[in-house]
Write a protein that binds this ligand. Structure first.
Ligand SMILES: [Zn+2]
Ligand SMILES: [Zn+2]
Length: 195
């Protein structure tokens, strides 16, 4: 069982069943790919989630487990609104894990969700209700929760990194070169470019 470390809850801000589920999903993906917690820039996580729908807390768990964080530019969403993610390492391959629909149907019947549907924030839900949801999720076996597929032909193109920066003639702030916009032959940042 992959129990999340205490600091993960602190980082996430509230207790909920999704963050640990994302953690567990990512740990399983790492096992499939045979990769360790990412120190630098090797492992990428491509969640298929979007915005404006529940369960995005999954992605905090994925970042905590993998070290493939948003801040290291190792996490990039597809905005497909699906509860799935691809884990990709150039030397180890790619694996996609999705939450099974049947699991989600059962999961959605937990009392925790009756509060969420009423718009109650997770930190305001009674602790025993939340803990029950977490414990129930923990008790479900991997093959009930996850659909797992290896993606041998997965293509992922990374933006080529550059340390070059230019000063915007209008605001005087630095802009990294791929984001510089030329207006009348002068470098501008995007907000000052009028685009
Ligand atoms: Zn959460
Ligand atoms: Zn500017």
């Amino acid at each position: 069982m992959n129990t999340v470390p205490e600091w993960a809850w602190e980082f996430h801000g509230h207790r909920c069943p999704f963050m640990p589920l994302g953690y567990r999903l990512a740990k399983r993906a790492m096992q499939e790919l045979n990769v360790e917690h990412e120190k630098d820039h090797g492992l990428f996580v491509i969640p298929e989630l979007g915005v404006g729908h529940p369960q995005t807390c999954l992605m905090d768990g994925m970042q905590i487990a993998t070290g493939a964080t948003y801040g290291k530019s190792l996490m990039e969403k597809t905005f497909w609104g699906k509860l799935a993610a691809v884990f990709y390492h150039p030397e180890k391959g790619a694996v996609r894990l999705a939450l099974k629909a049947d699991f989600l149907d059962e999961f959605g019947k937990l009392e925790f969700f009756s509060y969420r549907l009423k718009g109650v924030e997770p930190s305001q839900i009674p602790a025993d209700v939340t803990n029950k949801a977490i414990a129930w999720t923990d008790a479900q076996p991997d093959d009930k929760i996850f659909k797992i597929e290896k993606l041998p032909n997965y293509q992922f193109k990374r933006v080529k990194g550059s340390f070059n920066k230019v000063k915007c003639v209008k605001c005087g702030e630095y802009v990294f070169e791929r984001y510089v916009r030329m207006v009348n032959g002068q470098p501008h940042c995007i907000p000052d470019s009028g685009y």
